[in-house]
Design a protein around this ligand. Structure first.
Ligand code: SF4
Ligand code: SF4
Length: 756
């Protein structure tokens, strides 16, 4: 280590293998200050401008954005955001051709510039030494800084490390012909570059900071020496001009003598390399809060009337740069060749709308005289003569001729064995090839194919991992389902067992329920039967009551008969008592007549109601139909007639008795007449009471006899009853005349005399 530092302090550096000394052609732009270009009308910003992954969009079409506003973001460490280089409107988001040898199209954000160049609010840092390492790294990451020397590796990852760093190497070699962007940047922005280097020193704290710069940049050397004169930790290392001294590994070799082996990184040797343009971007980001939205681009070539370095906003179309630098085509009808990058490491762009990105350091528009091969569409390639010159100049100590055979054969494994990816695309081999074989183009295509295949392999591996994970997940879910089903089955079985254990109760409950239903049904049936029984019982009771009523009625009738029979006997005894003292014939005759009359009336009165009752009952019992109602009406009429007859009978008797009394002069006759009168009155009262019930029954029957026949039958019955009464009256008058004719003395008069 001490030997290395001593050699550095003595400016005794090392040399790397190979290399060439092509014409520099730097004077076209090296003596001109960096030009500030006018704003283009439109900016085209690819989402990915670095090694890594593109970020996620934060804007949509139509959004108004301010200068410095982030357009993408991502939590992926290998992603750096992009920002709006100026204010404007997001006019489109679509795929567009990007700055790449393959002329691939990638997703780009199109911004229509509003020419106001309005900044978003910024936070200027007055003293970055007070910032923590995390804050610095965060600022670098948020600013979207990637290596500006050509590789485009995310800077925040590169500087976010804490191993022991021996050397922080600042790459200021800029060995590519024509390119003077870093040279002019160092001349004009040496203080800002040194601020960036100080920030890196604060982060990495290396043992020594080495600024490697070729000796063909005297103004830049002076500017750096002036800016670092008070910084002991920084060494300005001026190295001989040799292409590609600006290569990372080559510069490490030159300054430290260390060789970074294939597949190894400089950090493994305690070395970190940063480009001077990256240091300037770090300073802008940490101190001025300006993201990476611009860079110095060398626009050169003899096809330009005013080639020079310009401050170009990222996303500026190449056509705009050419216009600003006085592009003139030698052939108006021919498409001028434009190369992005230097003549050795650059590539021809087929569309002048290709934008400037973070890794774009040069736009070369050569004249036909200057670079005839760029205008020659016909390939001058011939077979390799195995001269070996390509291997002699290869700084990576590769076998270019071998790789070109494998590249043509697409033998990727062999290319990997030949360390294809150690090739830095310097183009030195192609530059010296006598067969004019575009070796670098073959390597680039091979690298792209291998990367693509690696991406496919990675995707396939990820898909395989996802498939295996899915398979495991499905198996796990299946096992979980089976376990769940087992548990559910066990739970069901336990429930069934429990139910079985409680089965008696359950069965009993069911049986009880069935029994209740059955009982209820039986009860309903019983209830249905109960009315029948009740009815029967009621019928029985009714029958009993009817029997009792009949018995009472019969008894009453018997009692009535007895009373009626008793009354005539009393009358007879009275008559006998009246006649016995008289001992005369008329009295006895009158008594006999009265007795006979009373007996006859009694019999008649007894027979009539019973007969009428039977008839009415028969009629009522038979009155289910019309004929029955007619019969009932007839019976009623008949009963009514009898009743009227009976009513009229006493009056007739009374008249007859009065006539007998008035005509009887004797006491006996008047007694007999009085007896007859009383008997008649009593019979009248009986007859009057009995027919009333008959009348009610008859009325009920009559009320049902509405037709003509019933009325006719009633009229017939009435006529018969009237005839019967008339016959009876005639018979009684006949009897009275017979008695009066048989004896001159009136029995009634005898009776009256006896009473007096
Ligand atoms: S093989 Fe690669 S590294 Fe070697 S000289 Fe050719 S381009 Fe350069
Ligand atoms: S320089 Fe060209 S011709 Fe010579 S060995 Fe290499 S590839 Fe072949």
């Amino acid at each position: 280590m001490n030997t290395i530092i001593e050699r550095i302090n003595q400016h005794h550096f090392w040399n790397f293998h190979g290399g060439i000394h092509p014409p520099e052609q730097k004077t076209l732009t090296s003596n001109k200050p960096i030009k500030q270009l006018s704003l283009p009308k439109q900016l085209i910003l690819p989402l990915q401008q670095h090694i890594g992954s593109p970020g996620d969009l934060l804007v949509n079409v139509g959004d108004k954005v301010l200068k410095g506003q982030p357009l993408t973001k991502s939590t992926n460490p290998m992603t750096v955001p992009i920002h709006a280089p100026t204010s404007g409107i997001i006019s489109d988001i679509k795929k567009s051709v990007i700055a790449h040898p393959s002329a691939l199209s990638e997703l780009c954000v199109f911004i229509d510039v509003d020419f106001e160049d309005t900044w978003q609010p910024r936070n200027i840092c007055q003293d970055f030494t007070k910032l923590s390492s995390e804050q610095i790294v965060s600022k670098i990451a948020d600013a979207g800084i990637a290596g500006m020397g050509g590789a485009g590796f995310p800077t925040h990852i590169k500087v976010n490390t804490k191993p022991n760093i021996d050397f922080l190497i600042i790459n200021a070699a800029e060995c590519e012909p024509y390119i003077t962007a870093d040279d002019l940047l160092m001349c004009e922005q040496s203080e800002a570059i040194i601020d960036g280097i100080k920030i890196l020193d604060q982060l990495l704290n290396p043992t020594l900071i080495l600024i490697g710069i070729e000796d063909n940049k005297p103004k830049a050397i002076k500017a750096l020496e002036h800016a670092t004169k008070n910084i002991d930790k920084i060494r300005i290392c001026v190295v001989p001009t040799k292409y590609p001294a600006g290569g990372e590994k080559q510069l490490i070799k030159i300054l430290t003598g260390k060789e970074i082996k294939s597949g190894a990184l400089p950090i493994h040797s305690g070395i970190i390399v940063q480009n001077v343009a990256t240091c300037f971007a770090i300073s802008d980001a940490v101190i001025n809060d300006i993201p990476l939205i611009r860079r110095v681009v060398t626009v050169t070539g003899q096809a330009l009337s005013n080639p020079q370095n310009v401050w170009a906003l990222l996303g500026t179309p190449v056509s705009h740069l050419l216009e600003q630098t006085g592009f003139t085509s030698e052939s108006p009808n021919a498409t001028p060749p434009v190369i992005m990058g230097g003549p050795l490491m650059g590539f021809t762009i087929l569309n002048e709308l290709v934008p400037i990105v973070k890794t774009s350091n040069c736009i070369l528009a050569p004249s036909k005289k200057e670079m005839p091969s760029a205008f020659d569409n016909n390939s001058n390639e011939v077979e390799c003569i195995r001269c070996g010159q390509c291997a002699e100049v290869c700084p990576s100590q590769l076998l270019p001729q071998e790789m070109q055979w494998s590249a043509k054969a697409k033998d990727h494994p062999q290319l990997l064995k030949l360390n294809l990816f150690d090739c830095i695309d310097c183009g030195a081999c192609a530059y010296v090839c006598p067969s004019q074989i575009p070796l670098v183009q073959y390597y680039r295509v091979a690298k792209a194919e291998i990367r693509q295949q690696q991406q496919l392999d990675i995707k396939a591996e990820k898909a395989k991992v996802r498939f295996e994970a899915r398979k495991l997940r499905l198996e796990k879910e299946k096992a979980e389902r089976e376990e769940k089903h087992k548990k559910a089955a066990a739970a069901r079985k336990a429930t069934m067992d429990k139910k079985t254990a409680d089965g008696g109760t359950a069965s009993s409950a069911v049986a009880a329920a069935l029994a209740r239903v059955k009982a209820k049904k039986q009860a309903i049936e019983n209830n249905n039967d109960a009315p029948v029984a009740d009815t029967e019982e009621q019928n029985d009771k009714s029958q009993v009551q009817a029997a009792i009523a009949r018995a009472k009625a019969k008894k009453l009738m018997q009692k009535k008969n007895e009373q009626e029979q008793t009354l005539p006997s009393s009358d007879n005894s009275k008559v006998e008592q009246a006649t016995s003292p008289a001992d005369d014939k008329k009295a006895r005759i009158a008594a006999a007549i009265a007795k006979a009359k009373a007996k006859k009336n009694n019999e008649q009165e007894h027979s009539l109601p019973s007969s009428d009752d039977n008839q009415v009952e028969q009629v009522i019992n038979q009155t289910d139909d019309k004929k029955a109602r007619i019969a009932a009406a007839v019976a009623k009429a008949k009963a009514k007639k009898n009743s009227e007859k009976e009513h009229s009978l006493p009056s007739s008797d009374n008249n007859q008795a009065e006539q007998a009394i008035s005509q009887a002069d004797d006491k006996k006759t008047r007694i007999a007449a009085a007896v007859a009168k009383a008997k008649a009155k009593k019979n009248s009262e009986k007859e009057h009471s009995l027919p009333s019930s008959d009348d009610n029954q008859a009325e009920q029957a009559t009320s049902q006899a509405d037709d003509k026949k019933a009325r006719i039958a009633a009229a017939v019955a009435k006529a018969k009853a009237k005839a019967k009464v008339n016959a009876k009256k005639a018979q009684e008058q006949k009897d009275l005349l017979q008695v009066s004719n048989s004896d001159n003395t009136s029995p009634l008069k005898s009776s009256n005399e006896e009473l007096e």
